[in-house]
Design a protein around this ligand. Structure first.
Ligand code: PAF
Length: 300
């Protein structure tokens, strides 16, 4: 009889994806991998997954020996009156799709596992959480920092990957990891877009057909703004023409439209762009909040 040789560093196939719903199950798998010296990539999500998420899972599978994806709709990052109850959920499809994208372990904590009775701790990251999304959703980044801190402690990954569509969230998490001396590398994954350029988002499912048509213009406006910045048009002029273009495209109002430096989200001053920045936008379209951003480099 021939002996089967198992290479513990060989990536597990999609068929063998495990799921864990308790900390004990999660730890048993992670501990076994760590004993074997395997690297672990981690993609935290709230489910209702789309190609943007799958690209992060593939990015992890290409760079780590094992990949963990968490699916947890985190109540702490929704304010009363926001869409916690109606947030899209489709766990069966999500699990099939991440298995296909080479995820090895799906971490599926319940709210009771994440926040058991008596839970009291929260994490807050100050400056970088202010402004942009932090201005209109003041509860949001505290909820994100708290759950991501817990998820990173639970999974103990080598690196964790977050989409750049939520660029402020990425910087909040980087700051938290640095400030709390957490031993994990935080990576960004590029924004994945629909054919008309709309940034993929689980909440795009809320858009009516007419809203969906209008939504496709948002990325075009901020891409054009980035082009203007790169040819030397003053930041204040770029913002005022961008605001007009967004309203002309059919968006009823603008939550924010701003040009911020990529390192710390400080506002780019008036005049020509002098340091690497991004154009950041958020709009409300019916019941859907859309956010997007586009990179702009200063003219050499
Ligand atoms: O970006 C998300 O989906 C969530 O904010 C995150 C990072 C999974 C925390 O709940």
């Amino acid at each position: 009889m021939t002996k089967q040789i198992i290479d513990p560093t060989a990536p597990e196939t999609g068929d063998s994806m495990k799921t864990a719903q308790t900390l004990a199950d999660l730890r048993a798998t992670i501990d076994a991998w760590r004993r074997q010296g395997l690297t672990v990539g981690f993609v935290p999500t709230m489910g209702a997954l789309h190609e943007g998420h799958f690209s992060l899972v593939r990015q992890s599978a290409e760079t780590a020996d094992r990949t963990v994806v968490s699916i947890f709709v985190n109540p702490k990052q929704f304010a009363p009156g926001e869409d916690l109850a109606t947030y899209p959920r489709n766990e069966a499809r999500d699990l099939a799709m991440i298995a296909e994208a080479s995820c090895n372990l799906a971490w599926l904590p319940t709210p009771e596992v994440m926040y058991p009775p008596g839970y009291q701790t929260s994490v807050s990251v100050s400056d970088v959480s202010q402004g942009l999304c932090g201005a209109s959703r003041p509860h949001f980044f505290g909820g994100v920092a708290t759950v991501v801190c817990k998820l990173l402690n639970q999974v103990r990954p080598t690196h964790a990957i977050f989409g750049e569509k939520d660029f402020q969230q990425l910087l909040v998490i980087r700051r938290m990891v640095r400030d709390l001396d957490m031993d994990v590398k935080i990576l960004g994954g590029p924004i994945v877009r629909e054919p008309d350029g709309l940034a993929m988002s689980s909440r795009n499912a809320y858009l009516s057909a007419e809203e969906r048509r209008i939504a496709g213009n948002l990325n075009r406006v901020i891409a054009e703004m980035a082009t203007q910045l790169e040819v030397g048009v003053a930041t204040e002029d770029v913002i005022s023409s961008g605001r007009k273009a967004i309203i002309d495209a059919g968006f009823p109002s603008i939550d924010y439209l701003d040009i911020r430096h990529v390192e710390d989200l400080s506002r780019a001053p008036a005049g020509r762009l002098l340091a690497e920045a991004r154009v950041f936008v958020a709009v409300q379209l019916g019941r859907t909040r859309l956010i997007d951003n586009w990179p702009a480099a200063p003219k050499p």
